[in-house]
Design a protein around this ligand. Structure first.
Ligand SMILES: Nc1ncnc2c1ncn2[C@@H]1O[C@H](COP(=O)(O)OP(=O)(O)OP(=O)(O)O)[C@@H](O)[C@H]1O
Length: 345
C-alpha cells in the first residue's frame, strides 16, 4: 500500500508540531521517522493512523484520501506505547480484540484459527493463555504486534516499538520484524530516535527536525551525503569543528589540525568563507610524534578496537582505532583523514 502525505500541518496552540510535511512511501517499503525529541514524529504517525487530525494538508493511502475516514476503517495496524495490551485479558484475547470489534466480526472458529496462526508467527503460541504481566517485555512487544496484524492491515505503524527493551532483545526483535515485514508484504512506518535501529531496518529514513522532514533518503545516502549540518551532526556521532574554506583547502580555525585538501572532503562547502566540519570517529589519524597537538582523556574498548576521547585545543573529540597503546594523560599528534564540511550562515 502506498502512502502519500502532502502539505500536512499540525499546530498545538502557538507551536507548530508539523510544518508542510510531504512524504511518499511506496508499497512494500519500510520507512523510519528519525529525529530528536519533539520533532513531530509521533504526531505524524498519529495523523496517518487517524488518531489525530491535520490542520491542513492531505494523507492518502493507495490514492484514497483518508481525511474523513475514521481510524478503525483505515485498516492500519499500529503499535503505540500508549495503546499497550489490555492487562485483564489473556494474550489470545488481546490479539482477538481487533477482530471482535469489527463491524462484521468473523465467526469464532475463524477468529481462533487466525489468532493462533498469528501467535505462531510471532513465536509466542505457548503463551496464549497468559496475561500481559505474566510474560517478558520482548514477548509483550510480539503480542502487541500480533494484535496489530490481526486485522490484516494494509499499513503497519510502530511508535518506538522496542523502546523499553534491553539492547540484546532489541537487536533480536529488529531482525525478526524486518523478516516479518518482508514475509507478509507489509508497508510499514516506524518512529525511533535510535539511529542504528533506523539505519538497520529501514529502506528509507526521514530525518525530522522542528516539525519538518529535512532529508528523506536511503541509509547509505544519508550517511554519505547529509544535506546539511544538522543531519551531519545528528548521524554518525561526528565531531563538529569550526573551519574556514578557501575554495581549495579546509583550515581548522579552533584546533591545531593540519589543513585538509579538497580531495579529502566527502562534501565541500559551496563557497569560500566560514564553514563547519564534521569528522567521524574513524576519520582521524593518531600518530606518536615529537610534535603533539592532543591529549588522551580516556579510552575504552569497543567491538572494533578502541575508542579514545582526546582533547585538542578547547575541543573534545572521539576517535576509534583498531588498536592503540595510548593511555589517559599521554600526548599524540592528531590528524584528519576525511570530513564533510558545510557553509555557515
Ligand atoms: N496533545 C498535544 N498538545 C500539545 N502539544 C503537543 C501535543 N502533542 C504533541 N505536542 C507537541 O508537538 C511537538 C511534536 O511532538 P511529537 O510527540 O510529535 O514529537 P516526537 O518527535 O514524537 O518526540 P519524542 O521523540 O519525544 O516522542 C512537541 O513540541 C510536543 O510538545
Amino acid at each position: 500500500m502506498s502512502v502519500l502525505v502532502r502539505g500536512v500541518e499540525r499546530r498545538f496552540g502557538a507551536s507548530a508540531a508539523l510544518r508542510a510535511v510531504d512524504l511518499t512511501v511506496s508499497a512494500g517499503e519500510f520507512v523510519a521517522l528519525l529525529g530528536p525529541s519533539g520533532s513531530g514524529k509521533t504526531t505524524l504517525l498519529r495523523i496517518l493512523a487517524g488518531l489525530d487530525i491535520a490542520d491542513a494538508g492531505t494523507v492518502s493511502i493507495d490514492g484514497e484520501d483518508m481525511t474523513h475516514i475514521p481510524a478503525r476503517l483505515r485498516r492500519i495496524g499500529f503499535v503505540f506505547q500508549h495503546y499497550a495490551l489490555f492487562r485483564h485479558m489473556t494474550i489470545f484475547e488481546n490479539v482477538a480484540f481487533g477482530l471482535r470489534i469489527r463491524r462484521e466480526p468473523p465467526r469464532e472458529a475463524e477468529i481462533v484459527q487466525r489468532v493462533n496462526g498469528l501467535l505462531e508467527r510471532v513465536q509466542i503460541a505457548e503463551l496464549a493463555r497468559r496475561r500481559p504481566d505474566q510474560i517478558s517485555g520482548g514477548q509483550r512487544q510480539r503480542a502487541a504486534l500480533a494484535r496489530a496484524l490481526a486485522i490484516e492491515p494494509r499499513l503497519l505503524l510502530l511508535d518506538e516499538p522496542f523502546g523499553a527493551l534491553d539492547a540484546e532483545v532489541r537487536k533480536g526483535l529488529r531482525r525478526w520484524l524486518r523478516d516479518l515485514h518482508r514475509d507478509l508484504g507489509l508497508t510499514s512506518l516506524f518512529v525511533t530516535h535510535d539511529q542504528e535501529e533506523a539505519m538497520e531496518l529501514a529502506d528509507r529514513v526521514a530525518i525530522m527536525r522542528d516539525g519538518q522532514i529535512v532529508q528523506y533518503d536511503t541509509p547509505e545516502a544519508l550517511m554519505d551525503r547529509p544535506v546539511n549540518a544538522f543531519v551531519a551532526g545528528f548521524l554518525g556521532d561526528a565531531a563538529r569543528l569550526p573551519a574556514e574554506w578557501d575554495g581549495t583547502s579546509l583550515h581548522f580555525s579552533g584546533a591545531q589540525l593540519p589543513s585538509l585538501p579538497a580531495s579529502a572532503l566527502r562534501l565541500a562547502p559551496t563557497r569560500p568563507g566560514p564553514a563547519v566540519a564534521f569528522i567521524r570517529p574513524h576519520e582521524w589519524s593518531v600518530t606518536a610524534q615529537e610534535e603533539t597537538n592532543a591529549t588522551v582523556r580516556s579510552r575504552h574498548p569497543v567491538s572494533r578496537g578502541v575508542r579514545l576521547e582526546l582533547s585538542i585545543g578547547e575541543y573534545v573529540v572521539e576517535v576509534e582505532l583498531p588498536a592503540s597503546p595510548l593511555r589517559p594523560g599521554e600526548r599524540c599528534q592528531l590528524g584528519v583523514t576525511a570530513a564533510r564540511a558545510y557553509d555557515v550562515g
